[in-house]
Structure formats: structure tokens, C-alpha cells
Write a protein that binds this ligand. Structure first.
Ligand code: DON
Length: 569
């Protein structure tokens, strides 16, 4: 077991009273003193998430008789409290699951464009994008989907919704000690929080340092309303009033009707085989599942294992697959309820073969030449993975889009809103925050969901549950999952090594290869010689996963890049 101990200055001592039924029952979960555990094996069940407390909550819920769905719900609500940069109730996400009996479930709780949204709402009189409007303040928000998504997930859970929300309420009400990373995050956004929100909030009350306790009474009250009233506790009544009032402060357009009408949607997952493994991932409005299917199929004919991990040979092959798949993303992918996405063709073996027809090993391709294929058919998010004792697997990726979303805290309700509207193509040919291009497929229409890159993914081997994995990272997400899977399947790396390995990213346009700062220099030099334009970037995402080993143990791994931490029993 690998344990990293956080140095928490000014340790606060919590008083566990009867008002804390969850924490009282689980004294090992101490919000005022906890450790980051990066990797561990458990005999029955495991959770990996971006925060130790959220992972511990998920594991405890399973120990109390809950299944992987119960754990996922409790983890999502807890992350909304202890990981406010991306954990959320004001955003959206995708829940992908494979039940132990083989049944697949995909719940799309992506945000939707408000009823008053218009195609050109983020363009000025000259037709140029007003980037600030789709990123900052209430004007950037899509209708939040997370609460509805978790309530839809609850159909598969065993414990009451009230029990699953309780840990988050206690963490919000009685506080938890923040890490250095969180303190820095909150301090760096303080001015934006104050500028974009109609009132100061729990986040802006002071300059933070590691070891301080963050109390979120307004968020606790909102969570209690959800605990008591379910959907109506968020999408109607007092919480809805607070949201709509906040809209007026910065040109937001979400109405009470939008909130009341929001519906999560069931999506048929993307399924395909890669080198003896069965991969299950999310379908549109996520582009992730299609992209990883395309890329893995494009490289499947090659012996990537023999080429070596992160070598010029394997990386250049994979970059060329990335270039081709991301070109298709820009052209063909959007909300399937508004745009006919040619999924079947895009993920077919024939199409992958055709796309790689012009691939010449060792020669850098060009995004001027590689355009989207012709088809005749139709930096902060967070990911967590759960596998329970029965073998139910859940993978959830959820987001506010940018770190701390639109930096707007709903006054009186204590939660951050998303800036997911920026994931739409605000103008064809004009890049969004991630430099991603899009066109008609991803244009703004009321009710439509913006195209996502989030790629919660599951793998089975010989018909048995094997891996739950995913990551944040904007448009790098599908590439990271692609590389993570290749690391495990082709390069036979452990889950932890596969997650921590340096990553690379090509998204068609711009025609550059982003690499992490610890990427092997020899490979960078060899790629440059071949004509690739290499740009060193910061860290890519925070990949988390759980794998079932041959002896049935659940080995959970959290990314070295964050406070990601595992728990289980
Ligand atoms: O849905 C998407 O593709 C983006 N909104 C995800 C944002 C993200 O991963 C930011 N994280 N670093």
C-alpha cells in the first residue's frame, strides 16, 4: 500500500455529535485528518476519486450494504463538497456502468442549452466570438444535470437517496480540512468568484492555506433540500429560485421552466473489441467513446507492444490515429438528438482501415491534408471509478467544464455553476477553450447538449469485469484513455504505471503534439526529426481507475498528478 501523508497545518479538531450520523458511524473517516492513498488492493470493493474523503465515503457506503451505484452517488455528492473545482451539483456528466449480470447502463446528465439560447448568442455585432461570455459568469451556464443524473442512477442503488447524500451534508456543514492544492486553487480564483457572483461565499471569506477548515453551510442547506425533496429540492422551490436570481446578476438565461424540464437521458454505450478485450465507453453527446474506438481500431493491426512504450515508433503511430479521429470529432459529432452522428460507420473496422490507408510509418502526417472522413451513414473535470464486491463496475466523469466552472457561486445556495456552454461550437471554425473546432453538428440549439470529450470507460476480459477508468483534461481526455488502455493492454503495464506514465496529445488542429514535461527527451527529439511540431505542456488530467486482478482483488490507483486517492475494503 502506498500512502502519502498530507501535512495539515492548524489541524482542526472536529466534534462528532449526533447530528453527524454518517461520520459518527465511520470514525475512520476523519475530515480533519486524512491521508492520500495512491494505490491499494482490496478483497471486495474499491473506489478511486480525486479526493481521499470522497473515496472513503464511497467505500464506506459499500461496506454499509450499498453497491457500486450507491457508492457512485455518494461519491459524486461528496466531491461537490470536498473538490469544488470540478466535483459538482451545478454541472453535469456521464455515468457508465456494467452490472455484474452484464447489463450496460449509460446515463447522460450533461448540461443542456437553456430555452432562450440562440445559435449566435456568444457573437458580437461583427460576428466575432465574445469568449468571456461563454466562459465567465451565469451567461456561460448550461442547465445543470448532476442532481437529476444521480437521481436517475439511484434506480440501480440499494440504499435510500437520503443516506447517500448524508455524508456530503456532514462534510459541508461541519467542514473538512483543505489540502495545499485546494487552498491555492481557491486563493487564485478569489477575485473571479467575487467579480462573477452576486454575493461573497464560503470560498471568499479568507486567504486559504493547507490545514484550514472549509465550512459550506449554504451548500449543506441545498443538499438537505435535495435529501428531503429529491429532484424538486434542486430543480424547483428555493434552490431554483436562488439559481434564477443569480442569473440576473451576469446575463444568465436559465429559467425556472428550464430547470423543471431538465431530463437525464439513457444512452446506449459504445462497445467494441481490442486485442481480446471488450471495451465499453460513452456515446454522443460524448465524443469520447467513438474517438477511442476509432483510434484503437486504427492501431490494432500493428504490434504496438513490440514498438515499446512512448517510443518514436509507437507514439508516431498513435499520433496519426489521434489526428484522424479528432478530425472526425470536429465534423461529425454532436448531440445525437439534434444531429445524426454516423456512429456505426465511424467505429467500424472498414472505416478505420480506410482512414489509415495513407499512413506511412515514420512520416509525420499533416492536418492540412488529413480532413474529416467522408461518411455515408449516419483542464477541470473529475473522474471516479468504482467496482463492488459483486463485480458491478461504474465509471463517472463529471464536470463544471473549466476549473471552478464559470466562477459563479449561486448566492444562498453555495454551489458553483458550470461554463459548459463554451463546449458548443460558438462559431464554426472558431476554437473553444480547448482549441477544439466544431461546426453545425455542435451548434447551439435550445435544449441541445454540447459535445463532450469525457470518456468514462469499462473493460471486460473473457466476459468478466476487468477495468473501470477515466480522467479529466478537456480534449486530451480521449487520448489519455487511449494511451492508458494501450499501456495496459499492449505494454502490459500495471494500472498505476499506465496512469502515471507521461502522456501526449494531438487533436488534429492545431497540428502540434502536446507532451507532458516528463515525456522522454529521446522520443521528443526523434519525433522532431520526423517533422512533428512538439510543444511541452503542463500536466494532462488526473486519471483514476480500478482493475480486477486474476485473484479477484480490486486494485485501485489514483493519478500522481493530483490529490487522487483510493479506498476500499
Ligand atoms: O466535456 C468536456 O469535454 C469538457 N467540458 C471537459 C472539461 C475538462 O475535462 C476540464 N478538465 N481538465
Amino acid at each position: 500500500m502506498m500512502v502519502l501523508t498530507l501535512t495539515l497545518a492548524n489541524l482542526s479538531i472536529g466534534i462528532l455529535v449526533n447530528a453527524q450520523p454518517f461520520l459518527k458511524k465511520h470514525p475512520a473517516i476523519n475530515p480533519y485528518n486524512y491521508e492520500v492513498v495512491k494505490e491499494a488492493s482490496f478483497s471486495k470493493a474499491a473506489v478511486t476519486s480525486a479526493h481521499p474523503l470522497a473515496s472513503m465515503v464511497g467505500a464506506a457506503i459499500m461496506k454499509d450494504g450499498g453497491n457500486a451505484f450507491d457508492a457512485a452517488i455518494a461519491t459524486q455528492f461528496s466531491l461537490a463538497v470536498v473538490f469544488p473545482g470540478a466535483g459538482n451539483i451545478g454541472g453535469g456528466g456521464f455515468m457508465l456502468a456494467r452490472k455484474a449480470n452484464g447489463e450496460l447502463i449509460g446515463i447522460d446528465y450533461r448540461e443542456a442549452a437553456p430555452g432562450k439560447a440562440t445559435r449566435d448568442m456568444y457573437l458580437d455585432a461583427q460576428g466575432n466570438p465574445i469568449t468571456k461570455k461563454s466562459l465567465d459568469g451565469a451567461s456561460a451556464s448550461g442547465i445543470p444535470g448532476s442532481v437529476a443524473g444521480m437521481i436517475a442512477t439511484h434506480a440501480y442503488a440499494k440504499l435510500s437517496l437520503a443516506k447517500l447524500i448524508e455524508p456530503a451534508i456532514e462534510l459541508a456543514e461541519y467542514g473538512y480540512v483543505i489540502t495545499a492544492r485546494e487552498a491555492n486553487g481557491l486563493n487564485s480564483q478569489k477575485a473571479n468568484f467575487l467579480k462573477n457572483s452576486s454575493a461573497p461565499s464560503a470560498f471568499t471569506q479568507r486567504e486559504w492555506k493547507a490545514g484550514d477548515t472549509l465550512y459550506q453551510p449554504e451548500l449543506a442547506a441545498t443538499l438537505k433540500r435535495i435529501q428531503e425533496k429529491g429532484l424538486a429540492g434542486f430543480y424547483e422551490g428555493e434552490t431554483a429560485d436562488f439559481i434564477v436570481k443569480e442569473m440576473q446578476y451576469s446575463e444568465g438565461i436559465i429559467t425556472k421552466e428550464d430547470l423543471k424540464n431538465y431530463q437525464p437521458k439513457f444512452r446506449k454505450p459504445i462497445e467494441f473489441d481490442y486485442k481480446g478485450h471488450h471495451i465499453i465507453s460513452f456515446s454522443p453527446p460524448s465524443s469520447g467513446g467513438i474517438i477511442i474506438a476509432q483510434m484503437l481500431k486504427m492501431i490494432e493491426p500493428f504490434n504496438v507492444g513490440n514498438m515499446g512504450q512512448n517510443t518514436e515508433a509507437s507514439v508516431s503511430l498513435m499520433i496519426e490515429a489521434q489526428r484522424r479521429a479528432y478530425a472526425d470529432r470536429a465534423e461529425h459529432m454532436g448531440d445525437p438528438d439534434y444531429w445524426k452522428v454516423p456512429t456505426k460507420t465511424l467505429i467500424s473496422d472498414e472505416y478505420a482501415k480506410d482512414r489509415m490507408k495513407d499512413y506511412v510509418p515514420g512520416v509525420a502526417g499533416s492536418s492540412k491534408i488529413t480532413l474529416a472522413g467522408q461518411v455515408h451513414e449516419s483542464e477541470e473535470t473529475t473522474h471516479f471509478s468504482v467496482i463492488d464486491a459483486k463485480g458491478n463496475m461504474v465509471a463517472v466523469t463529471t464536470t463544471l467544464n473549466d476549473t471552478y466552472g464559470n466562477k459563479t457561486i449561486v448566492a444562498g445556495a453555495g454551489f458553483l455553476l458550470n461554463n459548459e456552454m463554451d463546449d458548443f461550437s460558438v462559431k464554426p471554425g472558431s476554437p473553444n477553450m480547448y482549441g477544439a473546432l466544431g461546426g453545425e453538428a455542435n451548434s447551439i440549439v435550445p435544449g441541445k447538449r454540447m459535445l463532450s470529450s469525457m470518456t468514462p470507460t469499462l473493460v471486460t476480459l473473457n466476459g468478466k469485469p476487468y477495468i473501470s477508468i477515466g480522467t479529466p483534461g478537456g480534449t486530451t481526455i480521449p487520448n489519455q484513455v487511449f494511451e492508458g488502455l494501450v499501456n495496459i493492454i499492449d505494454h502490459k503495464m500495471t494500472l498505476k504505471a499506465a496512469i502515471d506514465a507521461p502522456k501526449f496529445h494531438h487533436q488534429w488542429i492545431p497540428d502540434v503534439v502536446g507532451v507532458e514535461s516528463d515525456f522522454p527527451e529521446a522520443t521528443i527529439e526523434a519525433l522532431k526529426v520526423k517533422g512533428y511540431n512538439i510543444v511541452k505542456r503542463g500536466k494532462f488530467g488526473r486519471m483514476d481507475g480500478v482493475v480486477i486482478s486474476k485473484d479477484g482483488k480490486r486494485t485501485a490507483a489514483g493519478d500522481k498528478r493530483g490529490d487522487d486517492s483510493v479506498a476500499g475494503y
